[in-house]
Write a protein that binds this ligand. Structure first.
Ligand code: THU
Length: 140
């Protein structure tokens, strides 16, 4: 297997086997690759307090970042469905923190994919232009 995209998608599919999704039963896997070729994988991790659920993409990204990585080439995501699995808005924003040119491979169960950059997926990204601290109830 020497196609790097195929390998990234296979890593995502393997990570999906670890999904903890007892509530939605919707299992997702992701794999992110750094510019110098290191892989980190993630699966979705749900919680009885539903809003605490973390998506596969963010698990992979946060594992990588906590391992000291900052430069990413691409991420693949799959839910093992007929549809291409696209990252949610929160994951798009989380990825954008580390680069708008990261490629996102959105795969289906057959290993077919759509690819877009983070900038394409999140055109009006939130950026923190730290304001001077204003007093309460004042926006200026
Ligand atoms: N989920 C992901 O892990 N990634 C996505 O891109 C979309 C949604 C998870 C969150 C939740 O565990 C389940 O899929 C259903 O929303």
């Amino acid at each position: 297997m020497n196609n790097p995209v195929e390998k990234l998608i296979k890593e995502a599919a393997a990570a999906r086997d670890m999904a903890y999704a007892p509530y939605s039963k919707f299992r997702v896997g992701a794999a992110i690759i750094t510019r110098d070729g290191r892989y980190y994988t993630g699966c979705n991790i749900e919680n009885a307090s539903y809003s605490l659920t973390c998506c596969a993409e963010r698990v992979a990204l946060f594992k990588a970042v906590s391992g000291g990585e900052r430069d990413f080439e691409a991420i693949a995501v799959t839910a093992g469905t007929e549809e291409y699995c696209t990252p949610c808005g929160a994951c798009r924003q989380a990825l954008a923190e580390f680069g708008s040119e990261i490629k996102v491979f959105m795969s289906n169960k057959h290993g077919d994919y759509l690819v877009r950059t983070v900038a394409e997926l999140l055109p009006a990204v939130f950026k923190l232009d730290t304001p001077d601290q204003a007093p309460a109830n004042q926006n200026t």
